[in-house]
Write a protein that binds this ligand. Structure first.
Ligand code: MOS
Length: 739
């Protein structure tokens, strides 16, 4: 009927600003609302199926085996001994060390069958497959492996830092402008200090898990992955098969925080074993294996140099980071990422070097770069404020740049000072003890600290398909994921607003590479990229509905499942014949070059430090954030609360320790690796500032998932200084460093 074409594919490259967003004119009234998760009931009732929970027929159980040396090679594995154990089906060793597939999409190493070079302790060398999990675990624990030990580098030493030819990774490895050394000599007041941050683990609640099943030469993998489209490509590459032969299904993911951006060992191991056995294989990494053999955030050493005139004007900023990684990897923790644009100053140096270590490879963990880079930068700014005797917020105001100080472009939107000022008022900043170490309550020293938050905003090429059915219901499908962030909900809100359809009439189908490709969840780009793709598809569908109604698009109102215009009102299902659909694709474009895009905020913390024990208690925190349009106030707030809690961990507890004799991880589970628990987290307050960003994307939102962690730990560290007059420059700030 009505001659509607069924398919339509709209692509928008962000080459120009998008001044008007239909989300502002929508009348359904759901966008931005603090709605509860649409997938919440399924999650709490157990109906949501996670990767390890698919009950496939004839399933075999695989348990991974990690190397018991930190450097060297496997000489032999006695598979026969394991296979003699009851219930054991096979021991599979002939898969690539895939784990060295860089998280950022680097080259796969050639498979080294038979001889396996070990680059770090715990590197996966085999999968034992059995009829039951218990039998597989038993055999895996006893698998006889003979090694030849090599000489590893197990201790981080700045003497081993290698300057130089690292390729760009989110940011260039090194940029220089003016002369920082001269600026330091010319400065009336300066700081030259080094901050260190330890290795960290993402510690997602769900361990890495895969179930692999083959049909002919096609693989289906139920896997816990953040970016199924690119993960399927990585997996295909590791297996040496065509990308279209791999389907990844990841409907629900129990947290990722970067550790599930790229594929982890269990996926390839399960796939190879399943192929060999001719039956589906499940592999779930043990918690210790998640620590040993997925990915870590690198430790860093950050030399901070700030040079200022007596009035507080910065004339120089230096941020030189040394991180660590395997010798085979190019990824470096881009700790200087926001130092490029956060403060004014003519003379600038931002650099990154690597120390090559036989430690677990390092890669992206929540807000790679800013999360630890702002610990260095924002504590150093606090040190400068103290040296100048200027309020830390005023110092930031003095150095607020009008434009990007390095690239000579405008900011797309930037609400750093409004966030700091709003936060100061709400937090009672004027009550901060101006002189450190002067406020006491019994044996507790009380202090307040502040830090800026900033996180680069990214848009990634992503598609979504939206279909309106004859009954007026809507289906949205894409290989996008929800890693616990709320994608199911906020993307439903975008579609509901754009099509004027009640939330419960929309089915959101995510996490299947059989659907249109998506960049998935990472780098805080998920909501904006997928939200924009849905926006574009819905825009096309609105055009179709207007034509079907025979009204001008501008005169069309969509609300509660009805199309209204020209004094007529029709259920939208009646306008779509046997159904209409459209695919939207968003692509980054020139707006990323023409404007520096980032989300901003301000963190405030009040701490109490015990004079006797050195124990720090965070009493309260406030985060004020501006990230363009907030798509759902509740899920956005939850992301910020989670980020601020990560900040407490970074400041006070998290410290992933390698034994410097063997390279073995010392604290490789959640009992020994200390993330903040409920008792460590006080009532946190989150405030959003209203903002739109017309340069970012058609929905005018910016990334928020990682914003909450950025700067949070620095506010706590600065509060500890304010309380105690002790400046600790080695994170985490454990009690031994305060007595
Ligand atoms: Mo994030 S570390 O890009 O999942």
């Amino acid at each position: 009927m009505l001659g509607l074409d069924k398919g339509d594919h709209v692509t928008l490259t962000m080459d120009e600003a998008h001044p008007v967003s239909l989300l502002d004119t929508g009348v359904q009234g759901v966008i931005g609302k603090p709605l509860s998760r649409v997938d919440g009931p399924d999650k709490v009732s157990g109906a949501a199926t996670y990767a390890a929970e698919y009950a496939l027929d004839d399933l075999a159980y695989g348990v991974l085996v990690g190397a018991a040396i930190g450097k060297g090679r496997v000489v032999s594995i006695d598979a026969a001994a394991a296979k003699a154990m009851p219930g054991v089906i096979d021991v599979v060793t002939d898969f690539d060390t895939f784990i060295r597939v860089s998280q950022q999409g680097g080259e796969t190493e050639a498979p080294t069958q038979g001889v396996r070079d070990i680059e770090y302790f715990g590197e996966i060398i085999a999968i034992v497959v059995a009829e039951t999990f218990e039998a597989a675990r038993d055999a895996a624990e006893r698998l006889p492996v003979e090694y030849e030990r090599g000489d590893g580098v197990f201790a981080f030493s700045m003497d081993d830092a290698r300057d130089g030819d690292l390729p760009t990774n989110i940011v260039p490895a090194r940029t220089e402008q003016g002369d920082i050394d001269q600026a330091m000599r010319d400065a009336a007041v300066s700081v030259d200090v080094t901050y260190t941050t330890p290795s960290q683990n993402s510690a997602a609640m769900e361990p890495h898990a895969s179930i692999a099943t083959w049909e002919g030469d096609s693989l289906t993998l139920y896997g816990a992955y953040q970016m199924p489209t690119s993960d399927a490509q990585q997996l295909a590459e590791s297996l040496g098969i065509a990308a279209d032969k791999v389907r990844i299904i990841a409907h629900f993911i129990g947290g990722g925080f970067g550790s599930k951006l790229g594929i982890a060992p269990e996926s390839v191991a399960a796939a190879v074993a399943a192929k060999r056995l001719g039956r589906p294989v499940k592999a779930v990494m043990m918690r210790q294996q998640v620590f040993d053999a997925t990915v870590r955030r690198s430790n860093t050493s950050q030399r901070m140099r700030l040079a200022a005139r007596a009035d507080g004007t910065l004339i120089g900023i230096g941020h030189e980071t040394t991180a660590s990684n395997l010798s085979t990897e190019d990824f470096f923790e881009p700790a200087g990422i926001s130092t490029h644009f956060l403060y004014a100053g003519d003379n600038r140096l931002v650099s990154h070097d690597l120390v090559r270590l036989n430690w677990l490879l390092s890669g992206s963990m929540r807000a790679p770069g800013e999360a630890v880079g702002l610990l260095g930068l924002e504590c150093a700014v606090d040190e400068l404020a103290m040296a100048l005797d200027i309020d830390p917020i005023e110092l930031r105001r003095i150095n607020e740049p009008a434009r990007d100080p390095e690239k000579d472009v405008d900011f797309s939107s930037r609400a750093l000072m409004p966030a700091l000022d709003t936060g100061a008022k709400r937090f009672g900043w004027e009550q901060r003890p101006v002189r450190p170490g002067t406020r006491r309550e019994g044996e507790w020293l009380i202090g307040m600290g502040v830090a800026a938050a900033a996180r680069a905003n990214m848009l990634m090429e992503t598609s979504a398909k939206v279909a309106i059915h004859p009954d007026g219901s809507v289906t949205v499908s894409s290989a996008m994921t929800d890693i616990g962030t709320g994608s199911y909900t906020i993307l439903t809100q975008v579609a509901a607003e754009m099509l004027g359809v009640p939330m419960d009439r929309i089915t959101m189908e995510l996490g299947d590479t059989n659907d249109v490709p998506a960049a998935g969840s990472g780098g805080s780009w998920g909501a904006c990229s997928s939200g924009s793709a849905i926006y574009l598809a819905c825009e096309a569908l609105r055009g179709k509905l207007a034509r079907a109604m025979d009204v001008a698009e501008a005169a069309l109102t969509l609300k509660d499942g009805r199309a209204i215009g020209d004094n007529r009102s029709t259920p939208i299902g009646d306008l779509v014949g046997d159904g209409i659909e459209a695919i939207g694709t968003i692509k980054p474009g020139e707006q990323e070059e023409l404007f520096t895009q980032a989300s901003y905020g301000a963190h405030f913390a009040e701490v109490a430090v015990n004079r006797v024990t050195g124990e720090t208690r965070v009493r309260r925190m406030l985060g004020v954030f501006a990230a363009g349009r907030i798509l759902n106030e509740k899920t956005a707030r939850s992301q910020c609360l989670g980020g601020m809690t990560f900040g407490i961990g970074a400041a006070l507890t998290e410290d992933l320790i390698h034994d410097t004799r063997t390279g073995k991880l010392v604290n490789r589970d959640l009992a020994e690796y200390h993330v903040p628990v409920n008792a460590d987290v006080p009532q946190l307050e989150v405030v959003f500032l209203p903002e739109r960003d017309i340069h970012a994307n058609p929905i005018h939102a910016k990334g928020i998932g990682e914003l909450g962690i950025c700067g949070a730990g620095a506010a706590i560290a600065n509060a500890i200084y304010n309380a105690t007059a002790i400046r600790v420059r080695g994170f985490p700030i454990t009690l031994d460093k305060l007595i």
